[in-house]
Design a protein around this ligand. Structure first.
Ligand code: EAX
Length: 327
């Protein structure tokens, strides 16, 4: 057997010395949760966030993704982040207004014209100012992410105008702004945490629910819902949230890595939403759903007028107008 060359021995000694000299890099593994399936628009965002943190900190920080409500519903996960038993949550704004009342305005039905408008408002001064309100409630909002425009599904009948929705028992998020608006359609709003929704639809506990196309797709609601109506009655933002406990431990350089990773996460989620919006309705029809594409949107907008009077009182007509004025 040939003797190892002096060169090889030299290299082995050098790397051994280097290894001994380099202090073992402390590694922190963070937990991030969301309620949607693997591969959903939230999941691609969470995975991208974790990849960029790992890369940006040379492995000093890694995060583990817990999809599909493994850590509970959205309200539970926000509470866990506040308590310190979970490090991040990627959540819709559904339950967030119960923790940070200053952001409830974003859940007003028909507030946002389209995706471009919603993204401009949330990425602009109005949205960024709202993110700064989280600290005083024991939370740190890293970025506005995206759930999407919500549409109605049900098992009773096609919904073309608001009158068709009247009398339906519809699951809603635990969100008073939504519930007040939906009552004007004549539906019976039934607030429920997301993990319970599929079972409630399957057993007929509720007639229907409302969610963006990406959620309806990822959650396989076509298996338990017959009718889909493209009501687009409200835009549902999402948020990437952590706690001061996690955030304040980071160096300024790592804070920059985490902020950049949050932006990249939002871009990945928004891209998946665009893709699902482009291909999802045909996919849901293939899975057997009957889709009402031409909804009488005016009937729903007109119905919400009384609720808008209350929204103006609660949030300020000027704040609503300022959001609607963003071009
Ligand atoms: O955040 O609860 C809901 O309907 C939400 O849209 C869903 O959990 C995604």
């Amino acid at each position: 057997m040939s003797k190892p060359s002096l060169k090889l021995i030299g290299a082995a000694v050098t790397s051994a010395l280097l290894f001994a000299a380099t202090p073992a890099q402390a590694q922190t593994v963070l937990k991030i949760g969301h309620v949607l399936a693997k591969g959903s628009h939230y999941d691609v965002g969470a995975v991208k966030f974790c990849e960029d943190i790992d890369k940006g900190t040379a492995g000093r920080y890694k995060c583990q993704v817990f999809p599909a409500s493994a850590l509970g519903g959205e309200r539970e996960q926000i509470e866990a982040v506040q308590l310190g038993t979970q490090d991040f949550v990627l959540t819709s704004t559904g339950p967030v207004g119960n923790f940070v009342p200053e952001i409830k305005i974003v859940d007003v039905p028909f507030l946002f014209r389209d995706y471009d408008h919603a993204r401009k408002v949330l990425d602009g001064q109005i949205g960024q100012d709202m993110l700064s309100k989280f600290q005083s409630h024991g939370l740190v909002a890293l970025a506005w992410s995206e759930n999407g425009f919500r549409h109605m599904t049900n098992n009773k009948r096609p919904i073309v105008s608001a009158a068709d929705a009247a009398g339906l028992k519809m699951r809603t998020m635990e969100n008073k702004v939504h519930m007040e608006g939906y009552r004007t359609f004549g539906i019976l709003p039934t607030p429920m945490a997301f993990p319970e929704v599929f079972g409630a639809l399957q057993q007929g506990v509720v007639d229907g629910q409302e969610n963006p196309i990406p959620v309806i797709l990822a959650s396989k609601f076509s298996q338990v819902q017959k009718h889909l109506s493209l009501t687009g009655h409200v835009y549902s933002p999402a948020l990437l949230i952590t706690s001061p406990r996690v955030w304040n431990k980071l160096s300024d350089a790592d804070k920059k890595v985490f902020s950049d990773a949050a932006k990249a996460s939002v871009a990945a989620t928004r891209k998946k939403v665009n893709d699902d919006e482009a291909n999802g309705i045909a996919q849901l029809e293939k899975e057997g759903m009957q889709v009402v594409r031409q909804v009488n949107g005016a009937s729903f907008r007109d119905a919400t007028k009384p609720a808008y009077a209350n929204y103006a009182k609660e949030f300020g007509a000027d704040r609503i107008a300022a959001i609607q004025a963003v071009k």
